[in-house]
Design a protein around this ligand. Structure first.
Ligand SMILES: *[C@@H]1O[C@H](CO)[C@@H](O)[C@H](O)[C@H]1NC(C)=O
Ligand SMILES: *[C@@H]1O[C@H](CO)[C@@H](O)[C@H](O)[C@H]1NC(C)=O
Length: 225
């Protein structure tokens, strides 16, 4: 076999076995994004620059997720639209809100008063997931055995940048810092934008094995690097 046939076979095999995921990028809060006509619109500038990204999440299709501050499900409706449904408690109990979001559009995220970072959703191949090896704090939900081995069975991963100021809305900002030696996260909270007036610094010990965190069989892994 020549090289191009081997390459073609390899590509086909990886296409068949590799799963597609949603990639969700969160951006710095943009002043005015939730005012008047901009509320919920898909035409914000906040999502325009990759340097504005404050965290990136990967989610499997149709799973129950703790996403965007609540229980929700993301499902593909068509090749370019996602059904984003938020539930009151768990993913079987009462629909709070359901929206159709266009792939690649900038979602203003104005419902939550405390964390209004806009986000955009795209679809990627599981093999393109980039696991940062420094300056990040990871939150992962995974099924199966609660042994910290999240790579084989995750439904959701979020990587947040540490040591950068994240403006979350008009009410404040936060900065994360990590001590990977003792696997501890510190959350610095501010009541102004741009991390100027610190309210608190909360130290959180992290573990890869927070068993049955929700839905009975969903475990949580938290780590810092
Ligand atoms: C979105 O999903 C919810 C929950 O499954 C469902 O009730 C709703 O009808 C869906 N909306 C659309 C437009 O598919
Ligand atoms: C993956 O997690 C699901 C529950 O979310 C579980 O039923 C399944 O057995 C797990 N698979 C593996 C390989 O651990």
């Amino acid at each position: 076999m020549n090289k191009s046939i081997i390459f073609l076979l390899f590509t086909l095999i990886s296409f068949v076995f590799s799963q597609q995921l949603f990639e969700i990028n969160y951006y710095q809060y943009e002043k005015g994004q939730c005012d008047g006509s901009q509320d919920g619109s898909g035409s914000l500038e906040a999502c325009g620059q990759s340097s504005n990204i404050v965290s990136t999440a990967y989610a499997k299709f149709d799973e129950c997720l703790l996403f965007n501050g609540g229980f929700s499900r993301l499902s593909l409706v068509s090749s370019n639209t996602v059904n984003y449904t938020v539930f009151y408690h768990g993913c079987d109990e009462g629909i709070q809100q359901s929206e159709i979001i266009e792939i690649g559009s900038c979602f203003a995220n104005c419902q939550d008063q405390t964390a209004q970072n806009s986000f955009s959703i795209s679809i990627i191949d599981e093999s393109s997931v980039v696991i940062p090896n420094s300056n990040s704090f990871a939150t992962i939900y995974y099924g199966g055995d609660c042994n910290g081995d999240w790579k084989s069975n995750f439904t959701f991963i979020e990587f947040m940048d540490t040591n950068i100021c994240v403006n979350q809305g008009v009410y404040g900002s936060l900065m994360l810092s990590c001590n990977p030696n003792i696997n501890q996260l510190t959350i610095h909270s501010y009541d102004t934008q741009n991390c100027e007036n610190q309210l608190s610094a909360t130290e959180v010990p992290l573990s890869l094995e927070n068993c049955n965190f929700f839905n009975d069989d969903m475990n949580m892994a938290l780590y810092c690097n």
